[in-house]
Design a binder for this molecule. Structure first.
Ligand code: PEP
Length: 252
């Protein structure tokens, strides 16, 4: 039995209106005392309301991104203190959609992470290879570079989570083989231990993300060093997210 508390994290991306908070209510009713942590990262417009809704429940909330600066002339952006002020406990950083759509680099992600940590947020740092990189057998090199570049030196095992999200598995219904997932998660664990020592390296959680569904969750959660999941599409409806949470609760 691992000492790391399992984490089921939902990334709602650019989805969700006020009425969709009913899904969170349903989820909390189904999991009043869950055997894992449940995190939902809604769009910024819903963060405050969702945080109020979940204040006495088992769900915690997070942002999907933040700016590297604390405040200022950055129209349309959101700062880490604003997320915390709205009730967020976590923030996802370096998601491949941010890296692709907004040109975010590892350096950007690291700068954002430093600001988020200063604001008291926990960071969920995403890494993952494209299909071209996997087919060229560069997966581990790419992941190693992203870990080295994106994670600040000051993290602890409690305030930093790594999400391994192969870009080609996000929203596609395709997932790597369990062997491929295990290889990357073992590699990430080893890199964290080497850089931060056994304390941080063994206590930081490593999530798998990319087309996790009720039908494949249990087998993914049985892979060593998989401490939970970052779930996109299947986190939007309680009927989909709930069985994934149950699979995580029942995992080793
Ligand atoms: C994600 O975007 O983080 C993700 C894993 O998406 P999906 O579960 O829809 O593949």
């Amino acid at each position: 039995m691992s000492h790391r508390r399992k984490l089921a994290a939902g990334n709602w991306k650019m989805n969700g209106l006020w009425a969709d908070l009913a899904e969170v209510t349903k989820l909390m009713e189904r999991h009043p005392d869950p055997g894992c942590e449940i995190l939902i990262c809604p769009p910024a417009t819903l963060l405050s309301r969702m945080s109020d809704l979940t204040v006495d429940g088992a769900v915690v909330t997070g942002g999907q991104d933040c700016h590297a600066k604390l405040s200022g002339a950055h129209t349309g952006d959101i700062s880490a203190p604003m997320l915390a002020d709205a009730g967020a406990e976590h923030v996802i950083l370096g998601h491949s959609e941010r890296r692709a759509d907004h040109g975010e680099t590892d350096e950007d992600v690291r700068a954002k992470a430093l600001t988020a940590l200063d604001a008291g947020l926990k960071v969920v740092i995403c890494v993952g290879e494209t299909l071209v990189e996997r087919e060229a057998q560069n997966t581990l090199e790419i992941i190693g570079g992203q870990l080295a570049g994106s994670i600040p030196d000051s993290v602890t095992g409690e305030n930093m989570v790594v999400a391994y999200e192969p870009v080609w598995a996000i929203g596609t219904g395709k997932i790597p083989t369990l062997g491929q997932i295990g290889e990357v998660h073992d590699f990430i664990r080893a890199r964290l231990e080497k850089r931060f020592g056994a304390g941080v390296g063994r206590s930081a959680r490593i999530l798998y993300g990319g087309s996790v569904k009720p039908g494949n969750a249990a087998e993914i959660f049985a892979v060593p060093n998989v401490d939970g999941a970052l779930v996109g599409g299947a986190s939007l409806k309680a009927d989909d997210f709930s069985p994934i949470i149950t699979a995580l609760e029942n995992s080793r």
